[in-house]
Ligand binder design. Structure first.
Ligand code: HPA
Ligand code: ZN
Length: 326
């Protein structure tokens, strides 16, 4: 219908995308064969059938298993290029991509191959389609802070290619404060800071992301809505929240797409954005996420335009570049 066409052509940025979560079953299967990696699936259909999750950890177990087929610099290039083709088709003009180096270095993949493969593809995507980008290195929060510090050490020669650091993986039991020192060090290096908070974890974790880590953006942030004082604060600070509707549905953060917090966030003055998180696992890229909530929450064109606008103004692009995109 008309709203679908409006969404599809709306220029937008994507701010919450794990590049390893864009590994489609077809590519997973092809890379397993190319690299001689054994996977516990006999077919692409087999892989897709395994994608049923009842919580975040269920998903993470499959997600880490899937990334085992990524071995060479070319694999990371191909993965990123395939995502950019999808993003281009969705009228995405700017992307801020997460990657999980610890998920690769622990398997013996060189940090250099990961970061070079991804960032070479991002540079070629800008040449081919004018899609600008930033790369955000995430620390796995189920590992300890010393491991995160070692990962930041490895990143030092590549800081021209890395714009910021983030925090992902299993949230409950791993509060932001566990990473206070490594985030402070990242900030002193001039890196931007983001953290997943309030996806499954309590509002207190959102407070910690703000007060202890001093993040520039909150990833997800759903459970901030349980704390009225926190909502007022986030609204007052103009803090961007990177919400992921289909991810929330697939990971049972919400029971129904109509329970997506996006409309409530906008109504509360929060700067919400719409993103795909791990689109190969959750059933759709960014436009599919807009479509899902547009119908369920009956979003007007004005609100859809606000969401797209928030994606640019919440990005790490310099203001003069944002002005060109609005
Ligand atoms: N939450 C936490 N960790 C993740 C996610 C997520 O949605 N996707 C990939 N790693
Ligand atoms: Zn995420």
């Amino acid at each position: 219908d008309q709203r679908t066409a409006y969404i599809d052509r709306l220029p937008k940025a994507e701010l919450h995308l794990h590049i390893e979560g864009s590994l489609e079953p077809e590519m997973l299967f092809a890379l397993a064969q190319r690299n001689g990696v054994e996977i516990p699936f006999a077919s692409v259909e087999d892989i897709r059938n395994a994608y049923n999750f009842s919580n975040l950890q269920d998903f993470l177990d499959i997600y880490y298993q899937g990334m085992a087929v990524l071995l060479t610099q070319q694999d990371f290039y191909d993965l990123t290029w395939a995502y950019l083709e999808r993003a281009h088709a969705d009228h995405v003009r700017h992307v801020e991509i997460f990657f999980d180096p610890q998920g690769h270095t622990e398997r013996g993949v060189a940090f250099a191959d990961v970061v070079t493969g991804i960032s070479d593809a991002l540079a070629d995507g800008e040449k081919q389609w004018g899609i600008t980008s930033r790369l955000i290195m995430c620390f796995l929060r189920h590992l300890d802070e010393a491991a995160a510090q070692a990962t930041l050490d490895e990143a030092l020669p590549y800081l021209e290619r890395i714009a910021g650091v983030g925090l992902d993986s299993s949230e409950n039991g791993h509060p932001p404060s566990k990473f206070a020192n490594v985030f402070a060090r990242a900030k002193s290096l001039g890196l931007k800071l983001v953290a997943h908070a309030g996806e499954e974890g309590p509002p207190e974790y959102v407070h910690e992301a703000l007060d202890v880590l001093h993040v520039d953006r909150i990833d997800h942030g759903n459970r901030a809505l349980e704390d009225a004082g926190l909502v007022t604060r986030l609204a007052g600070e103009g803090m961007t929240l990177t919400v992921c509707p289909l991810s929330n549905l697939k990971l049972c953060v919400i029971g129904d797409i109509a329970d997506s917090p996006v409309k409530q966030m906008l109504d509360s003055g929060l700067k919400a954005t719409v993103n795909s998180d791990d689109p190969a696992y959750f059933g759709g890229y960014v436009n599919a996420n807009y479509h899902a909530i547009a119908g369920a929450l009956d979003l007007t064109r004005e609100l859809l335009r606000t969401l797209a606008r928030n994606s640019f103004t919440g990005s790490f692009l310099p203001p003069d570049q944002i002005a060109h995109l609005l």
